[in-house]
Design a protein. Structure first.
Length: 568
């Protein structure tokens, strides 16, 4: 049967082959589909040359991470906003350290609530001894308390690196607790000898078939160390994630922004260009303002070059012109050298005949300078999870309503960051600490309670009390907290934790204060400013006040008073 389909001819007049016609139809179909979403089109001017590529979360990071981290570390060292932003985040998330509130799951551990609370109190006391040790045995380097370790790790996690590494080591010579932590620079985790990523090795992290890390390759020396000989620079150690019985060894805290990522990327990465541009712009404006301040005056020679050549009878050749300008320059140098014009802090320049200096924009900084920089700072603050005011410490345009709204919004983000960091970094340390104190028998378990070895997860339940949220209007917010407590919408524990306090320790301190007041025979001041009697004779004093009031009214009406019981 004859082919009745029309023949398509090319530019050369020859029929177009069938496979080329099919390819053209496919391209046309695809272009039609892409056109349905303008963001995927290639004919719009904004997207014509935008070829983003297809990358997994880890492949996009693996080969970019070293250069990205180096540039961000440079910004943190040399840019004020980069250094300030990281410090603000660490201050809001870590502050002066975290307080442990142990919450063992008493139901899973076959204990009563009261028994679990007793165990929790003992654990918290031992934790304070461990983390606040004046000799700093919790730090493998013996230079930081737990608050310092936490702050350093947070600087890595929320700063240029976007991740924090730590090793749990065992100090045999420590006097009380042998568990110690060593913070490791993330740059030391890499594939041995620069090997490319493999199926079960991603940027220094060994993974299993599910993508879970099983171990880490750490370079013995930081790639940027420049001591003599650079010992151990090309040697790596492979460290298992945990021991055979489950004790953590390597701590790795990062936010997995896409599935399959084994390493972290900094929140500063998307705004690095804005930081660099605003910094460069600030430098250029400073240089221009300095130039205008220094180059404040010019002296113009009032001769026309051509008229001067005619007056000298020169033929106008190149050599004659050069000789003339040379003679003028020497004369100027001799004259102003003999009689200099001296204006303090000002540079005065002399020009050749016919020359004139023109400055393009003598007004610096530019009128749009502050607007541009502030816009860049708002973008930076939003990306890293702070307000513009927190980043810049500029509170001039803030009122109560806006500050309150900003604080509530930002606090949710900071709470999420703190929770994730606590789960990834502090929880493994706490688990290793619990294993040690239970193994040493420092916590006495009630009869029938489940041991740590049988159910470590139930013993590791805890809350970490960090820096307080703060109050914008203390009176209003204290009244609101009181109303929430009266309406049973919150607890003392929650209200205290939001202000960075431990309600148990506060209660114990208040009880000690009341006992001390009572021992001294002093009245205890109340919130309303009215003193209340000490608890020792509270009931007696109250009865006497009632009797005095009754007798006063009886006397006013001529009625005999009531005689008090002498036994009281």
């Amino acid at each position: 049967m004859a082919d009745t389909r029309p023949v398509i001819y090319g530019a050369d007049g020859e029929p177009v082959p069938a496979h080329l016609r099919r390819a053209a139809r496919v391209r046309n179909a695809r272009s039609g589909l892409q056109g349905s979403y303008q963001g995927a089109s290639h004919d719009h001017p904004s997207f014509a040359n935008w070829n983003a590529g297809t990358y997994s979360g880890q492949s996009a990071l693996s080969y970019s991470r070293p250069a990205l981290a180096d540039r961000l570390n440079d910004l943190a060292r040399n840019d004020g906003w980069g250094a300030a932003g990281t410090s603000r985040l660490v201050d809001n998330i870590v502050g002066s350290g975290w307080t442990l509130s142990a919450k063992p799951n008493y139901r899973s551990l076959n204990m009563s609530y009261e028994q679990a609370e007793d165990c929790a109190d003992r654990i918290e006391a031992l934790w304070r001894d461990y983390t606040q040790d004046v000799d700093k045995w919790c730090d493998a380097e013996r230079s930081k308390s737990m608050a310092g370790l936490l702050g350093l790790a947070a600087r890595n996690r929320f700063g240029p690196e976007g991740e924090a590494f730590g090793l749990l080591v065992w100090h045999e010579n420590a006097p009380h607790f042998q568990t110690a932590i060593q913070i490791v620079d993330p740059a030391r985790c890499s594939n041995p000898m620069g090997r490319l990523d493999e199926e079960f090795l991603r940027d220094g992290v060994a993974i299993d078939i599910y993508g879970a890390p099983t171990g880490y390759h750490f370079r013995r020396s930081h790639p940027g160390d420049y001591f003599h000989g650079r010992a151990n620079l090309w040697q790596w150690d492979y460290i298992e994630r945990q021991t055979e019985w489950g004790r953590p060894v390597v701590i790795h805290a990062f936010e997995q922004k896409r599935a399959g990522m084994t390493r972290g990327v900094s929140d500063w990465a998307p705004v690095m260009r804005s930081i660099k541009q605003s910094t460069d712009y600030e430098d250029y404006e400073s240089q221009a303002a300095l130039l205008n301040a220094v180059m404040a005056a010019f002296i113009e020679t009032p001769f026309d070059p051509e008229e001067l050549l005619d007056a000298l009878g020169s033929d106008g050749s190149q050599s004659a012109v050069a000789g003339m300008f040379g003679e003028i320059a020497n004369a100027q140098k001799a004259f102003y050298g003999a009689a200099p014009i001296d204006l303090p802090g000002v540079r005065i320049n002399t020009l050749q005949p016919g020359e004139k200096a023109t400055l393009t924009r003598p007004e610096h900084p530019n009128a749009n300078f502050e607007v541009f920089v502030n816009a860049a700072l708002r973008k930076i603050a939003s990306a890293i999870g702070l307000t513009y005011e927190q980043l810049t410490m500029d509170w001039s345009q803030v009122n109560y309503s806006s500050a309150r709204a900003a604080l509530l919004e930002i606090w949710r983000g900071l709470t999420a960051k703190k929770g994730g960091f606590a789960s990834q970094f502090m929880a493994p340390i706490y688990r290793a600490f619990l294993e040690e104190i239970f193994d040493k028998g420092l916590v006495e378990l009630p009869s029938g309670a489940v041991s740590f070895e049988e159910n470590p997860a139930a013993w590791c339940h805890a809350e970490w009390i960090g820096p307080g949220r703060g109050w914008i209007d203390p009176l209003r917010e204290a009244q609101a907290a009181s109303q929430r407590l009266e309406s049973h919408l919150t607890t003392r524990q929650q209200e205290a934790a939001e202000q960075g306090r431990d309600w148990k320790m506060d209660a114990e301190q208040r009880a000690r204060e009341e006992r001390y007041y009572s021992e001294l025979g002093l009245t205890i001041p109340e919130a309303g400013g009215q003193p209340r009697p000490t608890s020792q004779n509270a009931d007696v004093d109250q009865d006497e006040e009632i009797e005095d009031d009754v007798n006063g009214r009886r006397k006013a009406h001529g009625i005999p008073t009531i005689r008090r019981n002498s036994a009281r």
